[in-house]
Design a protein around this ligand. Structure first.
Ligand code: K7E
Ligand code: RUQ
Ligand code: CUA
Length: 651
């Protein structure tokens, strides 16, 4: 047993090296690209002034942000700040946005984001919101696609490594967060050696308000101390269920590379969330202390508030019979994907040679006939053979993730053999395979994890770039590859670089989002308490050591633009309102020596930058965003006098 594992591990490592070396040494890559179509350029070309067909939202990985790309061009349209501060537009630096990055650990202006998911109605993309997880300090963010702005971030308590997230149910009833690491819950000081049997994993179901989009933790299911890696909701016939892959069912706490690969099979946990919801609605579950931040952007003031919550409802699976089952799945499954009909649940076993497909119908049968094959911590384990729908035989090495098109095909990514394999759902036969450059993680088809995929393109999100672009030193961006999947064979069309490390991505037709996209904020609707909506509102007010400047801006001046009476040791708040009401005329604001970035203020909005002058002098501020022929004239001065000066405020 042990021996097989070592062989498998060796295989993993060798195969990894081979695929990388292959890439590194290649002179001309075109010969090796199989599916590169002869008129590829034409098919990705989006003429100047034309729009792409799809928005693709690609996770920023360790950048903590969300990249918005156009498909098929691969053009980067925007870096949308989520979990990380972004000096480019002041996200996480302005007083309005700082509370968004608050957590129970304090201000945490970075995270590692993996999985964007677009909201759905009846299992079809609806273009309202994108959700994305923060892995490191467990959080889920909601981005409003009207504003293309992060409007809410909720922290997940009793979780560690929020990886199995942020996947949503068919009507966006819930966004789900699963813990990657099991930990003592509640946290306490104990020996790591006592992990087994004592650590726990939490699966968190967060209710989404259909009007406002606001998130609220409904319950946390307390699971055995495995690692919960990825998840997907049931759809259509399996609506009401959620499936989570697990690894390290050995509950090893050290050298997981070896110790967590002993078991022949790990599990997919099948959760009947409808049943648990009913149990909870009838008063079930236990309220326990929990400390977590819930940060919301107010829609009138565009100012975030952070609230610290103090309890959460926990559910023990043993208290809801029939709600949780384990489906044995070979070897350290990573992705857990459900086909558009909801019948097939695919376990992508990283260390398995075959792809295992479970049948939802057979699963329900086995449950009804109580055909179990033991239990783990009281949770029934179903018999592998009883629920097996089929096996895709030896399709490649190191399967990670599977997406679906609208013609009954599945596309699985293989990290080790660095390829994408197309196979037929139901017959399990391999139809096509294409190499990718190099070592693909997720793949993405627009709507490819919904009931209605838009099966035109497949994007491979590759981990390793190597020789694909002009070298930029030891650090390269990551790389995506676009395939046309309308024919029998996948055809490679385009490589394009991506920011951070895009794990998962989600894409939607542009015309499902763009018509609702906001152009400006209406100045008349600006309810910011420090807004100056007309020139007569502008003022400078001292409150002890705090000085509040109510300033406005329009092409191309600030009002006021000369301010005197500020002193060393003061804390100066520039509350700046952009009076423009034209699309795409933001102004910027920066002041010398301010260590907290600039801010970019969109038409109709108010943003606040704090400045603590350390030295006397007459200091300039200016607009950082080219706005008119007189942009360079858009400037002002603020005079700073000694702390004991008796010069009064004037402007
Ligand atoms: Cu496979 Cu974090 Cu979705 Cu990366 S995970 S690849
Ligand atoms: S100035 S257009 Cu520095 Cu030429 Cu910007
Ligand atoms: Cu305003 Cu440049």
């Amino acid at each position: 047993m042990k021996r097989t594992i070592n062989i498998l591990l060796a295989l993993v490592m060798v195969a990894g090296l081979v695929s990388c070396n292959d890439g590194g040494n290649k002179k001309s890559k075109r010969g090796n690209q199989g599916g590169l179509s002869s008129n590829a350029a034409e098919r990705v070309y989006v003429a100047p002034g034309e729009h792409d067909e799809f928005y693709a939202f690609m996770s920023g990985g360790f950048s903590g942000q969300l990249g918005v790309y156009g498909l098929p061009s691969g053009r980067l349209l925007k870096v949308l700040p989520v979990f990380s501060q972004n000096p480019e537009n002041g996200w996480g630096y302005t007083e309005e946005t700082k509370p968004m990055l608050n957590t129970s650990f304090g201000f945490v202006p970075w995270d590692d984001s993996h999985h964007p998911d677009i909201s759905q109605t009846n299992g079809v993309l609806d273009g309202r919101w994108v959700f994305i997880n923060g892995n490191n300090t467990p959080r889920i963010a909601r981005i409003d696609l009207k504003n293309f702005k992060t409007e809410e971030i909720i922290e997940i308590p009793h979780s560690a490594g929020n990886h199995s997230s942020s996947f949503i149910t068919e009507n966006t009833e819930y966004v789900v967060a699963g813990t990657r690491f099991s930990v003592p819950i509640p946290q306490k000081d104990m020996s790591i050696k006592d992990y087994k049997g004592n650590f726990k994993g939490s699966l968190t179901f967060i209710k989404v308000d259909q009007e406002t989009g606001h998130m609220d933790i409904k319950f946390q299911l307390m699971m055995p101390g495995f690692n919960y890696d990825l998840s997907h909701p049931g759809r259509d016939k399996s609506h009401g269920w959620f499936f989570f892959t697990t690894y390290n069912t050995e509950e090893a706490h050290t050298l997981l590379e070896v110790n967590a690969s002993q078991n022949d099979k790990d599990f997919i946990a099948a959760i009947n969330w409808k049943k648990i919801e009913e149990y909870v609605n009838n008063g079930g579950g236990q309220k326990v202390p929990a400390k977590y931040a819930h940060n919301i952007m107010d829609e009138n003031t565009h100012t975030a508030t952070s609230t610290m919550k103090t309890e959460v409802l926990q559910v023990n699976p043993m208290d809801v019979p029939g709600a949780v089952y384990f489906l044995p799945t070979p070897k350290s499954p990573h992705g857990c994907d459900v086909d558009p009909t909801g019948e097939y649940i695919i376990g992508n076993g990283k260390l398995s040679a075959d792809l295992t497909v479970h049948s939802f119908t057979k699963m329900i049968d086995a449950i009804e006939n109580k055909k179990f094959d033991g239990e783990a911590y009281g949770i029934p384990i179903l018999n592998f053979e009883d629920i097996l729908a089929g096996v895709v035989k030896q399709p490649g090495l190191g399967p990670l993730h599977t997406e679906f098109d609208d013609k009954g095909n599945a596309y699985t990514t293989f990290f080790i053999s660095s390829e994408v394999v197309k196979w037929k759902v139901g017959t399990w036969e391999v139809i096509d395979r294409q190499p990718v450059f190099y070592s693909v993680g997720h793949g993405m088809i627009p709507g490819g994890n919904s009931r209605k995929p838009f099966g035109k393109y497949f994007v491979a999100l590759n981990k390793i770039t190597k020789d694909r672009y002009l070298p930029t030193g030891p650090e390269l961006t990551q790389s995506a590859q676009l395939f046309d999947i309308t024919g029998e064979k996948m055809e490679l069309l385009l490589d394009f670089p991506t920011i951070g490390e895009p794990h998962y991505a989600a894409a939607i037709p542009g015309d499902m989002v763009a018509p609702n996209s906001r152009k400006i904020y209406k100045l008349a609707e600006n309810k910011h308490p420090y807004a100056s909506l007309s020139d007569s509102d502008t003022k400078v007010v001292r409150e002890g050591k705090e000085v509040h400047i109510y300033m406005n801006m329009i092409r191309s001046h600030f009002n006021p633009d000369n301010i005197e009476g500020v002193k060393v040791g003061d804390k100066v708040y520039f509350h700046v309102t952009n009076h423009e009401q034209d699309f795409d005329v933001p102004h910027g604001f920066a002041v010398i020596g301010a260590n907290n970035a600039e801010m970019l203020i969109v038409p109709g909005a108010t943003e606040t930058l704090v400045w603590e002058p350390k030295e006397v002098g007459v200091w300039p501020f200016y607009c950082t965003d080219f706005c008119s022929a007189l942009h360079q004239e858009m400037q002002g001065y603020i005079r700073v006098s000694p702390a004991d000066s008796n010069i009064g405020l004037s402007w």
